[in-house]
Design a protein around this ligand. Structure first.
Ligand SMILES: [Zn+2]
Length: 379
């Protein structure tokens, strides 16, 4: 099985001709749609690269396939790797050269249509780590994201998932309000359990500060004073607070994905992911929270699930997605009643547990049933 991971490296705009990159992105879209791209002023080597997107399709970890006509597609680029011992891998005429002897990456005529034009960037630590883990940087891409220029490096690694031990690591993805719940299960027991979330007070404080400044800015705008120093400052402050919020949840998402995959590796556990984000969104709507706050509480959760899956694949952690109930009794399958404090009780059999632990008991139940049927087929 081949696993992939991607890193984005921001390129300096001074080094690059954005118009040239945009043109290449447009041409990549045409090449992707089977049009022959013959551009007399482009070097042949660069032109050949444009057709590579189809070969990349299955190996890409992020959405770069042009969905619309005239959409700008990221430009696929082949790479040459020169290792510390002088050995080489890849295409010798590749426009992207990863030189591990000097720890630099060289981009040949990718950033500007000038013969012999080279941009050098320092080798990211990320690349060294992926190589150390047995990966190879076979693919690279260049393109614009939110009007900023990036080089994407795609690491590939051949890895087989390990045979899981008796441990199961269950990850229940809710909104940040109640956090991401995880439980480690062994021999039909919940060995450890935790709910992880960012500091919600900090996030909400930032949010209300941003809203307040946004309103003041709006008031200035209505009287035509939004271009004043005060107006500009308010707008800048509101924006800075909103991006800080998303940075906090993004960092938490990456940190948790890495922590949970390490935990699974430590116990050689089977990773079970229960993506409840849609239910959680509905629950927050029912609670009557403002849409902006809901957006904040749901931010970067998709990214978390994606990163968890990417890391599980990369490190050979066996995983599966499974729906686990939180409103149905794991003992008798009767509908559960919710009490204050998110406590769930079964009026039929008396089962009682905190709401976020119910899916863990479902995982244990499924596990028990599975081992019983295994036992039956064995005899
Ligand atoms: Zn019950």
């Amino acid at each position: 099985m081949k696993a992939h991971r991607t890193i984005l490296i921001k390129l300096l705009e001074n080094d690059c001709d954005i118009g040239y990159i945009k043109r290449l992105m447009g041409l990549t879209n045409l090449a992707y749609r089977d049009f022959e791209v013959l551009v007399p002023d482009l070097p042949k080597n660069i032109q050949y690269q444009l057709y590579g997107l189809k070969n990349y399709k299955n190996s890409l970890v992020f959405g770069t396939v042009p969905k619309r006509w005239f959409a700008e597609a990221w430009i696929p680029l082949t790479t040459l790797r020169i290792y510390a011992d002088g050995s080489k891998k890849g295409n010798t005429t590749a426009p992207v050269v990863l030189d591990f002897r000097n720890n630099i990456i060289k981009l040949h005529q990718v950033c500007r249509n000038v013969p012999g034009f080279v941009v050098k960037i320092p080798m990211p630590k990320w690349v060294i780590e992926r190589i150390r883990e047995g990966g190879d940087i076979k693919y690279a891409m260049i393109g614009l994201k939110n009007n900023e220029l990036y080089l994407a490096l795609v690491a590939e690694r051949a890895v087989e998932p390990y045979q899981p031990s008796g441990y199961r690591l269950v990850v229940d993805v809710n909104s940040w309000r109640y956090g991401i719940a995880w439980g480690l299960i062994h021999n039909g027991q919940l060995v450890s359990f935790k709910q992880e979330k960012p500091n919600l007070n900090e996030l909400l404080t930032l949010y209300y500060q941003a809203v307040k400044r946004g309103r003041k800015y709006g008031a200035l705008m209505r009287i035509g004073l939004h271009h004043t120093t005060q107006g500009k400052r308010l707008r800048k402050q509101a924006k800075a607070r909103m991006s800080k919020i998303y940075k906090v949840t993004r960092d938490k998402a990456y940190y948790l994905a890495s922590k949970l995959v390490k935990k699974a590796l430590k116990y050689k556990a089977l990773l079970i992911i229960d993506d409840m984000t849609e239910e959680s969104r509905r629950e927050l709507l029912e609670e009557g929270l403002p849409r902006d706050v809901i957006k904040l509480l749901m931010s970067n959760l998709k990214r978390f699930v994606h990163q968890l899956e990417t890391l599980a694949k990369w490190y050979g952690v066996p995983y599966e997605f499974r729906r686990l109930y939180s409103r149905k009794c794991p003992v008798c399958e009767h509908e559960l009643t919710q009490l204050p404090g998110r406590i769930m009780v079964c009026e039929n059999c008396g089962f009682k547990a905190p709401r976020d632990k119910v899916p863990m008991y479902w995982a244990i139940k499924i596990e028990n049933e599975r081992s019983q049927s295994f036992y039956l087929t064995e005899t």
